[in-house]
Design a protein around this ligand. Sequence first.
Ligand SMILES: [Zn+2]
Length: 235
Amino acid sequence: MITRRLFCGCVAGALSFAATAVHAQSNDCAVFTPDRQKSISPDHAIARLKAGNERFAAGKSINCDLMAQVKQTASGQSPYAAIVGCIDSRVPPELVFDQRIGDVFCARVAGNIANTDIIGSLEYSTKVSGAKAIVVLGHNSCGAIKSAVDNVKLGNITALLKNFQPALATLNKADGHRDSHNDALVQKVAEANARLTAASLTKRSPIIKALVDARELRIAAAMHDIKTGAVTWLA
Ligand SMILES: [Zn+2]
């Protein structure tokens, strides 16, 4: 009886593991080396992130030995992409793109805006460290965007929200009442903000512009859906 119970428990555990983790293939958990980073094109970098989000949204994230990756990257890093994301706890870029140790640089700030410090970080990620793509990742139901829509005044948040003025300026009468309960309006501002942030990078950084012009770097804007886990890529 005891044997049978143990056996049944073991089988149940194995089944539940199989349902929640995808066993890594031989190359899936390989860390990025300088040579591997160089071999990736900007288009390939975006394609890797797209594929990673498709795995995440399908519940098929790859299960790697993270401590092995910690040891393998201890002597240096060669990430292939950089992501500018929101601080929102539901949108951790490494998880939603199914990336691991040493794969991507990640800058997070409420509402995924780009100021001097973020752009400097992106110049480091690309020009200095060789990343081939930058993704500005917005998301639906963003608290920062809602606060900007409602013109919230509170401490240093007031100054932060000034960064959303260009996105708010895209609104017109057809968008209806400017209120954070207007979901379509909030989504429009969030998408405009992701697009405008992405577009601002080459305008504000000659270093980033030169890399894009030389086709050594690609910049994309995308939106994460907190209800489905899926990322939609903006044109
Ligand atoms: Zn947010």
